[in-house]
Design a protein around this ligand. Structure first.
Ligand SMILES: *Cc1c(COP(=O)(O)O)cnc(C)c1O
Length: 420
């Protein structure tokens, strides 16, 4: 089994820790850029240019969005705050896809104000949007498709009919007919039915499903599509023995499907987009923590100064996150449960994990925290949310979010004695 490498040395991490209290998340800018370029290269064949709309929820930090914007990425937003953050960074217009569900009116208004591509989650939202925008629909609209039981039997996809999102197949035909009759001129189609998927076949199947639908919708309604959004869901190898999705191969296979279905039916050119979040930043984030305590009872515990409030995935989903002890790569190993301090027994980053036998005070790195890491943080047990750092290589780094203080935590309480 190969181990996961760090882009920084122990001394470099200690240099950050001298300025920023542990725990903190650190993101490798160079590696994010390199990955984004390879992704775009894989889809450079797309007519009109490929865009990945970064799912902002994965790592909502404007400094990271700036980096991604420079690499040509757009923003996939699902809330007012995410729209505002994209606006602040200068991601606006059709560089935003707004894919929400159970959406408040003001969110739709903000999305329309920014000129975002609005992706509706339900057929009833056509009327809701029209009313919200004062009786006028945007010139361009997109629907989210939920294939439901039509995809049953495909273990990869799971069960779309249990998912709350999107239009049924029948509703798609009805919805686009309604749009056409209301004078909408530009059409998009979207689906998003997987998460953290490492099997490349899945993405090719999704593309083929949408291409086939475009042909059918064109035949039934006479409308042409200009925008197809294949969704996100490209997984990352959290475990050292897993392999990343071969983006170049996926790009070529989708190109073949596009030619066979879209081009052959004379329906091109259609812009193809994705909205991956996890694979864009996930592998390039690291939660850096220190060993506070070690205890030996019925099991051996390594107690960190980070907890589930800094990274919820292991406790919430039982997810694997690799853990290394910088500087102790060849030290003897020992089996530990690696814990945080919440009053919750599922506050464990790893259970029965063989890792280097760290000492109290050692730095411990939890890998692949660049998506749904800091973003899913919370303040339970009075835990303060951590700082975020952008690693720029050669020992250079930038603090892109300071750590919270007690004043931040108590900021919404008007009560004597809580101000520091
Ligand atoms: C979360 C989400 C994504 C991103 O999914 P990843 O698994 O991070 O690629 C894309 N689109 C929508 C609508 C989402 O909710």
């Amino acid at each position: 089994m190969t181990d996961k490498r760090l882009p920084f040395t122990k001394d470099q991490l200690e240099a950050i820790a001298a300025k920023v209290p542990t725990p903190f998340h650190v993101y490798d800018e160079g590696a994010m850029r390199k990955n984004a370029r390879a992704f775009y290269e894989a889809f450079s064949w797309v007519p009109g240019g490929f865009v990945n709309y970064y799912a902002v929820k994965a790592l909502p930090n404007p400094y990271v969005l700036e980096v991604l914007k420079e690499e040509g990425l757009g923003g996939d937003c699902s809330s007012y705050a995410e729209l505002v953050m994209c606006e602040a960074v200068g991601i606006t217009g059709e560089k935003i896809v707004f894919t929400s569900n159970d959406t408040p009116a003001e969110d739709y208004q903000k999305a329309a104000e920014l000129g975002a591509i609005i992706n509706l989650d339900d057929i009833s939202h056509i009327a809701f949007l029209e009313k919200t925008l004062g009786g006028k629909l945007p010139e361009m609209l997109c629907f989210r498709y939920n294939p439901g039981p039509l995809k049953e039997g495909n273990a990869i996809i799971g069960k779309p009919e249990e998912a709350k999102y999107g239009f049924t197949r029948e509703q798609l035909f009805e919805g686009y007919r309604l749009l056409r009759d209301k004078g909408v001129k530009r059409f998009g189609l979207h689906t998003m039915v997987a998460s953290n998927e490492l099997n490349a076949d899945y993405f090719v199947e999704t593309a083929q499903m949408l291409f086939d639908l475009v042909v059918e919708l064109n035949r039934a309604l006479g409308i042409r599509f200009e925008f197809l959004n294949l969704g996100g869901g490209i997984g990352i190898p959290y475990r050292p023995e897993q392999t990343a999705v071969d983006l170049a191969a996926v790009g070529q296979r989708i190109k073949a499907a596009y030619e066979k279905t879209i081009v052959a039916n004379g329906l091109g050119p259609i812009r193809i987009a994705m909205e991956c979040g996890r694979m864009i930043t996930g592998p390039y984030g690291y939660l850096v923590s220190r060993v506070l305590h070690k205890k030996a009872i019925y099991k051996n515990y390594l107690g960190l100064d980070a907890c589930m409030a800094n990274l919820m995935r292991p406790g919430m989903y039982g997810s694997y996150h690799h853990i290394t002890v910088p500087g102790k790569e060849s030290a003897p190993k020992k089996v530990y449960d690696v814990t945080g301090s919440l009053c919750e027994n599922n506050d464990k980053f790893a259970i029965d994990r063989e890792i280097a036998d760290a000492a109290i005070g050692d730095l411990v790195v939890i890998h692949d925290t660049g998506a749904h890491g800091h973003a899913m943080g919370f303040n339970y047990n009075g835990k303060l949310r951590s700082a975020e750092v952008l690693w720029q290589g050669d020992g250079k780094f930038k603090v892109i979010r300071r750590a919270e203080t007690l004043n931040d935590l108590f900021g919404t309480l008007d009560y004597p004695g809580l101000r520091r």
